[in-house]
Design a protein around this ligand. Sequence first.
Ligand code: ZN
Ligand code: MN
Length: 494
Amino acid sequence: MYDIIIGLEVHVQLQTQTKIFCGCNTAFHPDQPNVQTCPVCLGLPGSLPVLNKKAYELGVKTALALDCQIATFTKWDRKQYFYPDLPKGYQISQYDLPFSVDGGIDLILNADTGATRRIGIIRAHLEEDAGKNLHDESGRGRASGVDLNRAGTPLVEIVTQPDLRSAEEARAFLEEMHALLTYLEVSDCNMQEGSLRCDANVNLHVHQPDGPKIATPIVEIKNLNSFRFTEQAVLFEVDRQWREYQRTRQTIKDAPKSTRGFDPERGVTYPMREKEEAADYRYFPDPDLVPVTITEAELNAIRATMGETPAAMRQRYQRDYQLSAYDTAVIIAQGKPFATYFEEVAKGCGDGKQAANWMTQDVLRELKERQQTIAAFAIRPEVLSAMVSRVLKKQLTIKSAREVFVELLQSEATPSIVRIDDVVAAKGLAIVQDDGAIDAAIAAVIARNEKAVADYRAGKQAAIGALIGQVMRELKGADAQAVREKLTAALSGE
Ligand code: ZN
Ligand code: MN
């Protein structure tokens, strides 16, 4: 028996137009290496960095959302190491005075109940990204290259407490980070482009029959760039460490922290260079950059631009729209434009639960089939809400509404509300509210179903279902509840 102990270091690319210490563009250009560079991010002698205020503000916004304390005074440090993708020979980062510390987020552990646990955030600091080494894989012995387009891109590094207890929790934490940062519009979190990546620190606390738990050596798995890889890497590593412990009985006191990579093709972690101790980086304050101070007024100005976090939205949805924790989670997970669309439908038709049903079932299914985002979805929220309203007003059955929905998607590029009524009229889907017509249909169905009628009158309650179905078909569209009531009355009346 053992506990799994996981802490994450998440690197997030901030959504700025330009790099953190120079004016170079940050757009992703993998096909044109080194086009977005200048003397500053190339690390040429004599060039001087200047802080991009926008990057700092987005960093503060992130830290506020993580419930961190914001330092009123923060400075920049040089982290020295030698690697070809780092032209200056050091990375500008933050060491002993990060701009924010000591926060946390409530992670949802159970989608059905919405139960959460607090995951502590030790710190969030700002730093610049390195470039990318390009290796020729043709096997023809051509030289490797380096692309410095990404060098100097602003990153916020978020370091959690070792509060995560399973691979699924590590994945859920990253998904929550993704939701939080995209809702706040501080990062696009595009994982294919490396905008969100993480290192996972993993070890085990092995239970002893008597006595305290024993901690195994810590392993840092570097550079995980997808939710799935993070989950797979941690699962593999837990299993590997358990086997290793049973074989060697090595504890955290016997071995220093080691560094491993993850090979997604084979699904395994493998040893990498031994991690330098912090002292080896020879951190010292960057003399080219002035420290940053922030006033309460400036902080409030950033707070005012924050917008609602996904966690706050989940609570509001459950409270204001009476949604289940599950439906709420599904809607929020689709991203902000989807959630905004949902709210427009919910407000438009006045029934959050019905709006949520349409969004999480019909709309989501269509989007998946079409591989579309909600922004490109043909039916606009006011049209969907008009259709749901007709169901709520008992002018249309759910089944007929589904037919209309499909028809709308097949007809015009952006169907209008008028189009709903056209489809309803053309297909004869309007609910019959004419009592005479309903009575006539009931009489006809009773007349030609002697056996079912007799069964029902003999006490077989279930027999009414088939009769209701026939009446509904006869009428093409009707309020099922009204039909049931009238039919029950007709059957027991005489
Ligand atoms: Zn530059
Ligand atoms: Mn870092």
